[in-house]
Design a binder for this molecule. Sequence first.
Ligand code: IMP
Length: 203
Amino acid sequence: MKNKIIFATGNKGKVKEIQEILKDLNYEVLTMKEAGIEIAIEENGKTYEENALIKARSVAQHTDAIVMADDSGLEVDAMDKSPGVLSARFMGEDTSYRIKNAEIIRRLEGKEGDERSARFVCAIAAVFPDKSEVTTRATIEGLIGYEEQGENGFGYDPIFYVPEFGKTTAQLSPEEKNQVSHRGKALRLMKEELMKYESNHCK
Ligand code: IMP
């Protein structure tokens, strides 16, 4: 029988990403809904790690399975690293990313080259059945573009230009983005933590 991991999100895309990364291990990855856990969680932490832990701990209260959660955001250096942990709420949760992206481009008017530096950050938290906890974090560095480019991805991807590729993350295929993204890298670090937990507990 497969062991279960519940990913504390309603986002099927995130669950798919982690399924792909963990596919060579014996785990079934479920959303909260699929696991029959429907609770509202307030993300009021000050750091990505705090928010990821808040989500994972809330769900872990309802299950003995492994629970994972992530929190991510965009840090624009010229904007004092905002919107940061408030990325989803920047200018209002329901405001379109066309408008949010245009506002970030506007705030960077007159800035060139490295003055446009930014990064995506992702932290992932896991709560294991013995209630031990671990977090991982990864980033991808880039520059804020001068206009939106690309149709893939979501959120701030169309304005996040990665010089190594000469493309925005919205111009990468999902597979290419997973290889280099903050979330893909943090998930692969979490896979290592999962393997360590397994080797310590499943003898
Ligand atoms: P959360 O981690 O689901 O709370 O979302 C954080 C927010 O950060 C998202 O709603 C996006 O606005 C932004 N964000 C995080 N990762 C990405 C990404 O890979 N591309 C574009 N925007 C992102």
